[in-house]
Ligand binder design. Sequence first.
Ligand code: BG6
Length: 488
Amino acid sequence: MDSMTFVLFGSTGDLAKRKIFPAIYNLLLDQKIPRAFSVIGVGRQELTDVEFQSFVEQSLRTFSRRKPEDDSNLEEFLRIFRYCHLDVTKNEGYQSLLEMVQCREKELGIPENRMFYLSVAPKFFDVIALKIKESGLGSTKGWKRLIIEKPFGHDLKSAQDLNEKVSKAFEEDEIYRIDHYLGKPMVQNLEALEFANPVFQALWNNQYIANVQITASETVGVEERAGYYDHAGAIRDMVQNHMLQMLMMTAMQLPKRLTAKDIRHEKRKVMESLRPLRKDDVVKHVVRGQYGPGEIQNKAVIGYREEPGVTRSSMTDTFVAARLWIDDPFWKGVPFYIRTGKRMREKSTHIVIEFKNTVKDLYIAQNEKPVPNLLVIQINPNEGVSLQLNSKNPLKSGQIEPVTVDFSPDTKDVPEAYELLLFDALRGDSTFFVHWNEVESSWKWVQPILEAFEENLLPLHLYPAGSEGPEASRKLLEEDGFQWWLDK
Ligand code: BG6
């Protein structure tokens, strides 16, 4: 792996503390960082290097999956870090940052390979990218890369504007857009499940699959993020990015080779075949919900409109379910359902593939009803794969019953999403990062929904906290003769 300087904007923020420092630390323990590696934290607070290093240490002690027991490792780790105080909107600071980067490059013999990580509010994404260019930080003899957090835009137009600005400073193949769902081990595993198993590969199409259901339910509410969430809603917060990424990863067809380029090409084909929604049709295919008061794990919780920072008449969606169609020869006629919501019964991200039940009439004479075969991929918080089959139960006179073949990996020492993603970015592998054409096509698909919500062209269904979401979401599948599997 190339030696490099890692410049972290927003280095005293929450994400840095909870995810980024622990990820770098765990990569060091696994010897997955370059031999010469310098990290420069950039932030608005005035801190000395020593104060910053103790902030980093604190973050490891609190948030790292492996705690720093061995002090020699810890010291070695903290020595990598320097701090630069900077107001990201002003030119002055960038000059001192450049000097600091160059000084460390000289000290450690690092060629001018520079990784810039923007863990800051989205309004600063373009500002910082352009200042990196203007200040000369981006003029390197080695390579440069930009890691950028979500959200990438607020709608189609703002995403296009942002991309235009950022691409003045970085080429597309230098930009690593994070979607942390793509870092989840089970999402990364989808590709292997689909392509490394001929038994699934052969069935991965409309001849055998009846429908696909992708769920990301949460028990948490809006927490302290009303300021952001009340303008975003579930549609921007989860659907435009995480849900559509999971859809692409599930629906893509076998790439020519397992390279970033070929995988992204297949994902792009999925999005190109996704049937666009017209604003007037949104009501037929999309369900919008908002949580009211209720009970989660025997604890009473307030409704969304009572949450601090939320307006009492808010029409923000905390739940979205939708039916999507991929009009290509593989998936024509197979509905894909997605749903996501806050304050639901349980925290669970999973994908259910329901196979066509061609044998259901075969057993009618025996008065038996074979259930459909289901492939269930559990992503979060539990990871696993299970396959529901039909089998005779010898203890019940050979009656046919569903049985489940289960695989749950041991997840004790599994790296976290940020470790996997950072490691990929460090070695220049963009497979699990979001390409601009994926961002743009996702916003294009979502845009009519944003407008329909804005114009209240569909009802806002209230659902009690702790439930499976609004009744309308159940009806959406019932219309097609299906049901959400795994609901209680
Ligand atoms: C984030 C959203 O991107 O994903 C949050 O902004 C959401 O609102 C979170 O809670 C869910 O992530 P995970 O990994 O807990 O499923």
